[in-house]
Design a protein around this ligand. Structure first.
Ligand code: AOF
Ligand code: ZN
Length: 372
């Protein structure tokens, strides 16, 4: 691996982004085919069920002879028959001589097997070091896919907006709007990038939200998920009214009556009843159920109570926090994360990476708590 290899892997990572919003539950993947430093073709995974990046790049080369050429891929090539045939076979059939990848594929059907098969067939194989900049970029761009492949659970991003004094709302429950317009626009972009948007029943009752991504170019709206142990979601609310636009899932517990869950189901809402001793174990069961339905990422939007249950479960992977320039005060005004919380400072959750930027009048802090 030299600097030219790293630069071309960087290009593959960049191409992968063209599949963003379109390929879930699959990863975004990009590929570049070169010979003697000259690019012969580029490709990316553009939609679920469509050709993988490697196959798209080979096709983009047209009838050029690829014997002995090099392919750079942002993710280890697959060797399984899935919705499409194995990329290892396409690479061998094209006669490519060298395969350079930015990151390994953590799914059980891969995990180095693709590279092993290529090596056995005499292909020169190289992988970016785990601590290299391009290797990390490649992993960061597929956090949902990677967590889901390793744990079966969706990647959880918590998005929230508070006042300067850390309140989510006034003591009377008013929260419209704490953050500025540009911050709210950005949050709509994020909704378009996740598989599901999640709120607690308190937020659903107080705000009657739609939870759709209201921005251009949304190939698929996120599923709307409400944690609602007693199945109290109103049948005449905006979520139920828009089930045809995007699916609605209610996470209920045994505390819900049969008539309440039946009425929701009859209105087109999916109801999942989870069990567990306490709230955070029910959060984990709910995540497992959502993961089984190919939800690889979700955006947790509130409120304090549900965020507390996710936090106590250790299931917040990233926090995106807007702090707006206003003060609300009030002992009863809710803070960011309820639940039990930690006892000692030494037990605090600390980010592995932190970035801060101004958005409109607000300060956006992105705290990555885990890396998959
Ligand atoms: C992709 N695009 O460019 C690469 C992938 O069932 P399939 O055929 O859609 O296969 C999906 C798996 O293939 C995916 O989970 C990953 O392990 C592997 N590589 N997937 O969707 C690509 N290279
Ligand atoms: Zn493939």
């Amino acid at each position: 691996m030299d600097a030219r290899d790293e630069a071309l892997l960087g290009r593959a990572v960049e191409l992968a982004e063209r599949g963003r919003r379109r390929v879930s539950p699959n990863p975004v993947v990009g590929a570049v085919i070169t010979r003697d430093g000259r690019t012969l073709g580029e490709g990316w995974h553009a939609q679920v069920g469509g050709p993988h990046a490697e196959v798209a790049a080979i096709a983009a080369c047209g009838d050029q002879d690829l014997t002995g050429a090099t392919i750079y891929v942002s993710l280890e090539p697959c060797c399984h028959q899935g919705r499409t045939p194995p990329c290892t076979e396409a690479i061998l059939a094209a006669g490519l001589g060298r395969v350079v990848v930015a990151a390994e594929d953590p799914s059980s059907k891969a995990s180095g097997r693709g590279l092993g098969i290529l090596r056995d067939e005499g292909v020169d194989v190289a992988q970016a070091a785990a601590d290299s900049a391009v290797g990390r970029r490649a992993r960061l761009q597929n956090q949902p896919f990677r967590k889901h492949a390793r744990t079966g659970l969706p990647w959880v991003m918590m998005k929230t907006a508070t006042s300067l004094d850390g309140r989510l709302a006034t003591h009377a429950g008013d929260s419209r709007w704490i953050s500025s317009g540009p911050s709210r626009d950005l949050a709509h972009q994020w909704r378009a990038e996740v598989d599901a948007v999640v709120v607690g029943i308190g937020t659903a009752l107080a705000d009657d939200p739609q939870l759709t991504a209201r921005v251009p170019d949304v190939p698929r709206q996120p599923r709307r998920v409400v944690f609602d142990s007693e199945a109290r979601l109103p049948l005449d609310g905006r979520l139920v009214a828009s089930v045809d636009e995007a699916p609605v899932t209610v996470i209920a517990s045994r505390a819900a009556t049969r008539s309440a869950t039946d009425a929701l189901r009859a209105s087109g809402v999916e109801v999942i009843v989870v069990t567990g001793q306490n709230e955070h174990s029910r959060v984990r069961s709910a995540l497992a159920e959502l993961g089984q339905r190919d939800v690889t990422s979700l955006m947790l939007e509130g409120g304090s109570h549900l965020a507390g249950a996710f936090f106590d479960a250790g299931e917040i992977d990233e926090l995106r926090l807007f702090v707006a320039p206003l003060l609300l005060g009030g002992r009863q005004a809710p803070g960011l994360i309820g639940g039990e919380g930690v006892e000692r400072i030494a037990d605090a959750a600390r980010p592995v990476e932190l970035t801060r930027e101004a958005v409109g009048d607000d300060l956006l802090t992105i705290a990555r708590l885990k890396e998959w």
